[in-house]
Design a protein around this ligand. Structure first.
Ligand SMILES: C[S@@+](CC[C@H](N)C(=O)[O-])C[C@H]1O[C@@H](n2cnc3c(N)ncnc32)[C@H](O)[C@@H]1O
Length: 246
């Protein structure tokens, strides 16, 4: 038996009218990830990617790629010199501009096998080290960038091209500001125009959210770069005197 046109009309109408209620229900009762004890900032210009059900699952996802033996072989052979050369060019320019010097104590965050650390050492910044979830001695020591394994005010210079891998951007930046000396410099390479890789934990669409996150620093400059899929270099200087709000 085919439904009468009026019955069908009422059915479709009630379906249409109940749609906002259904959406409201889904919004209010969205499942919250377990074990994520810290709040994550999501704005229109900085979005945390959904889908991480726990901190452990986030770390595991990062490790899956970083520990891949075939990839590690490629990073330490075919890609080794090519990447060091590109990083060296960036660091040379920063030295020419007086933003980095041979006496700087430098940290590279999320350095994987440490090509950026090697590049810093080759341009003369010998006291340089990297951190990553997986160590690669002697260039890279083990450390989570959400909880850097260093004392306050340890470094003069911090470089990172992995901001997009931060599940907690405010912690990522907070740790940089904690371990930088007053007057120290932070250089980030980020992707604003392109989407970063599938292992990213956030998407950034403007420099604005970064400027807000760097509460104890001032913006030095922003310029376009071509750095392994990352298109923008943002430079911050930690203020010499920080007036903490109580
Ligand atoms: C795209 S790779 C960049 C590697 C390196 N900077 C380069 O350009 O060759 C991202 C790196 O960030 C590391 N990483 C991801 N989450 C991390 C965390 N919470 N703490 C420290 N390192 C992390 C990964 O292990 C990986 O080595």
């Amino acid at each position: 038996m085919t439904p009468k046109p009026t019955t069908l009309k009422y059915f479709l109408l009630s379906l249409f009218l109940s749609l906002p209620l259904l959406l409201l229900f889904l919004f209010l009762f969205k499942p919250t990830p377990q074990n994520l004890t810290t709040t994550t900032t999501t704005t229109n210009l900085l979005k945390i990617r959904p889908g991480y059900t726990s901190y452990e699952s986030y770390i595991q996802r990062q490790l899956n790629k970083t520990l891949n033996p075939k990839l590690r072989k490629i990073w330490t052979t075919r890609d080794w010199d090519r990447k060091i050369q590109v990083f060296s060019t960036f660091f040379h320019l920063l030295k020419k501009e007086g933003l980095l010097s041979n006496s700087s104590k430098a940290l590279c965050i999320g350095a994987r096998v440490g090509q950026e650390v090697e590049a810093l050492r080759r341009v003369g910044v010998e006291d340089s080290v990297g951190i990553d979830l997986v160590p690669y001695p002697p260039l890279v020591v083990k450390g989570d960038f959400h909880h850097q394994p260093f004392n306050d005010a340890t470094f003069d210079f911090e470089f990172s091209n992995v901001f997009d891998h931060a599940l907690y951007p405010e912690k990522f930046v907070g740790e940089i500001e904690r371990t930088l000396r007053p007057g120290g410099l932070c250089v980030l390479h980020v992707a604003l125009d392109k989407r970063a890789d599938k292992y990213s934990a956030n998407d950034l669409y403007s420099v604005e959210p970064l400027v807000k996150l760097f509460k104890e620093s001032e913006l030095v400059r922003v310029r376009k770069v071509d750095g392994f899929g990352l298109d923008t270099e943002v430079v911050f200087r930690k203020k010499r005197e920080v007036i903490r709000r109580s």
